[in-house]
Design a binder for this molecule. Structure first.
Ligand code: CA
Length: 227
């Protein structure tokens, strides 16, 4: 899941980015409205966190630009405590939710997850499943055969991606951009290492094996009787 944060205050911006990264999201940070608008219109995001008071193009205009372009990803507005009118205006312009600064990160995270569950995919289940493996998107938990499996944030994001695109062979370059937000560098074995760790946790000791390496192509998660 990829999130765009548009925030000009470096401290708040970095704090949001770091927290969301640790929660397993891929995060882009734009430091002003112009940059934010550019990112929002050219990249694909699952959600935008948008500060109202921005230098240059303000949050209102960014939001208007996003909606005008036909993009309907959820937008969470950040507004100052003494500008209550802001939130009315924001909701009128097509924001999905707002949060008054200062806020607790846990509150932000709860709103983000709630918006992602609603966000244009109202019917999306809160669980992803394959055979006896179950990933709980809301509680960020994974079970296999009813046994709890502890994953790091990256492993969780990796498994979520594989489950969402079950049966599809995912090239390393795609995994790198979706989970690590990096361009694929063939010298790095970060994906191989992460896949190995993930398998050790959710495939070793279980049947059937779910993650398969497709030589020269990438990885696929699928339920097959004769893998
Ligand atoms: Ca600001």
């Amino acid at each position: 899941m990829k999130i765009l944060v548009v925030e000009d205050e470096p401290k708040t911006g970095n704090y949001l980015k770091q927290g969301l990264l640790e929660a397993g999201f891929v995060v882009d940070l734009a430091r002003d409205g112009e940059d934010g608008m550019h990112c929002a219109l050219t990249e694909a995001y699952d959600l935008v966190i948008l500060d109202v008071m921005l230098p240059g193009i303000d949050g209102w205009s960014v939001l208007r630009g996003i909606r005008k372009s036909g993009k309907d990803m959820p937008v969470l507005f950040l507004t100052a405590r003494d500008h209550v009118d802001d939130r009315v205006r924001g909701l009128e312009l097509g924001a999905d939710d707002y949060l008054v600064k200062p806020f607790a990160f846990s509150e932000l995270l709860a709103r983000v997850r709630s918006l992602l569950r609603r966000g244009g995919k109202a019917t999306e289940s809160e669980f992803l499943r394959a055979a006896d493996l179950e990933l709980d998107l809301m509680r960020r938990r994974v079970n296999r055969s009813g046994k709890r499996i502890d994953l790091t944030a990256k492993e969780f994001a990796l498994l979520e991606l594989l489950l969402r695109r079950q049966g599809e062979v995912l090239p390393r370059s795609l995994i790198a951009s979706q989970v690590w937000d990096m361009n694929f560098d063939s010298d790095t074995n970060v994906i191989e290492v992460a896949i190995r760790r993930l398998r050790a946790k959710m495939d070793d000791g279980f049947e059937p094996k779910l993650i398969r390496t497709v030589r020269g192509m990438g990885y696929v998660l699928e339920v097959t009787a004769c893998a």
